[in-house]
Ligand binder design. Structure first.
Ligand SMILES: NC(=O)c1ccc[n+]([C@@H]2O[C@H](COP(=O)([O-])OP(=O)(O)OC[C@H]3O[C@@H](n4cnc5c(N)ncnc54)[C@H](OP(=O)(O)O)[C@@H]3O)[C@@H](O)[C@H]2O)c1
Length: 329
């Protein structure tokens, strides 16, 4: 009997140790990590429309999806960059079958309606199967009070209003076919407080709210939604705020190739929300989601130090942010 009890506790200890090591070295949440491979048949010959495909994660998504045999439509504002990306694509329908659809998400409903009509008619006898909302606007980090009205408007116009309008205009086509999937590139900043990125964080929280609700309304009618929340990602071709900041610091970032691969795995397995990041961001996401009192307490300790770290272009994801200055008495 004693032997059985000892064996039980040893197995429990080993299991816990294994889970801890897995968690410490993971670059995604547990559900995502359990899905090891892309379901190729869910992508091959499907029409996939990607916004923000002119650089960064969007460019890498385009490369991987082309290789998987997707029929691609790539969008962004910069047509020259889209041409450059198209030339590099290889696959069953690439580069020749790849359609370029220049698009400014802040251009208003009429322009976005034109874009949706073009996207729907590009490929004979087929409409958009996957809409990947990847484009976004991000300013360099500032405090929540230093945000200008201009920056507030630009961020929300692109990240929220443009993205939602495009969805509203495209979804009816998908509903008529009884199938379609929206893949939304949100952020860890859409799940937790993001000191120094208040407006960006607010825009991503807004997207999460809209798209989880959209799914709940349309899921029974064949419309899927996968919300992807990455922490810091290394983008070798990006020119945005994240790029200039990640060059300057020693933050450990998931590669854009891995982020794109995990995004496609999540979408092809129909996962509803996934988190992609190394530690400590992943652990903070779990804390805020499942133990909010502790999670928000932690973020309140970190917040001021993170804003200061961003100002001196230091590591804004370091565990050492916890041990900065104490609250003035
Ligand atoms: N990189 C990270 O660490 C990270 C972390 C978490 C989440 N994310 C999210 O992942 C996505 C991609 O990030 P990234 O780092 O690859 O971004 P990025 O390198 O800055 O690229 C942004 C893309 O969006 C397009 N874009 C910007 N404004 C637009 C507009 N008004 N209309 C249409 N397209 C527009 C840009 O093309 P044009 O300039 O040619 O229009 C570009 O292709 C974003 O949603 C971002 O919030 C990134």
């Amino acid at each position: 009997m004693a032997m059985v009890v000892v064996l039980f506790f040893v197995s429990l200890f080993l299991l816990l140790l294994f889970a801890l090591i897995k968690f410490a070295t993971a670059d995604g949440d547990f559900t995502l990590m359990s899905k090891r491979h892309v379901k190729r048949h869910e992508i091959e010959d499907k029409v996939v429309w990607i916004t923000g495909a002119s650089r960064g994660i969007g460019e890498v998504l385009a490369k991987q999806l082309a290789n998987l045999g997707a029929k691609l439509i790539i969008s962004a504002r910069n047509e020259t960059e889209l041409e450059r990306v198209k030339k590099q694509l290889t696959g069953k329908h690439a580069p020749d079958g790849v359609k370029i659809l220049p698009l400014d998400l802040a251009s208003g409903e009429d322009c976005l309606r034109d874009a949706v009509e073009k996207a729907e008619s590009f490929i004979p006898n087929a409409g958009v199967d996957y809409m990947i909302h990847n484009a976004a606007f991000e300013r360099p980090k500032t405090t929540a009070l230093d945000v200008t009205e201009e920056s507030l408007k630009v961020t929300f116009n692109v990240n929220v209003l443009g993205t939602i309008t495009l969805t509203r205009l495209l979804a009816p086509y998908m509903l008529r076919r009884g199938k379609g999937c929206f893949v939304v590139m949100s952020s860890a900043a859409g799940k937790t407080p993001a000191p120094g990125q208040a407006i960006y964080s607010a825009s991503k929280h807004a997207l999460n709210g809209y798209f989880h609700t959209l799914r709940s309304e349309l899921y029974q009618k064949g419309i899927g939604v996968t919300i992807v929340c990455p922490g810091p990602v290394e983008t070798s071709t990006g020119t945005g705020a994240a790029r200039s900041e990640n060059k300057a610091s020693s933050e450990k970032r998931v590669s854009s190739e891995r982020c794109a691969e995990l995004t496609i795995i999540a979408a092809t397995h129909g996962l509803k929300e996934v988190w992609i990041s190394y530690q400590p961001v992943l652990a903070v996401m779990y804390l805020v989601q499942y133990m909010p009192t502790i999670g928000y307490w932690l973020m309140d300790k970190i917040g001021g130090n993170r804003v200061e770290a961003a100002a001196r272009k230091g590591n804004t994801y370091s565990i050492s942010l916890l041990f900065g200055k104490r609250k003035a008495s």
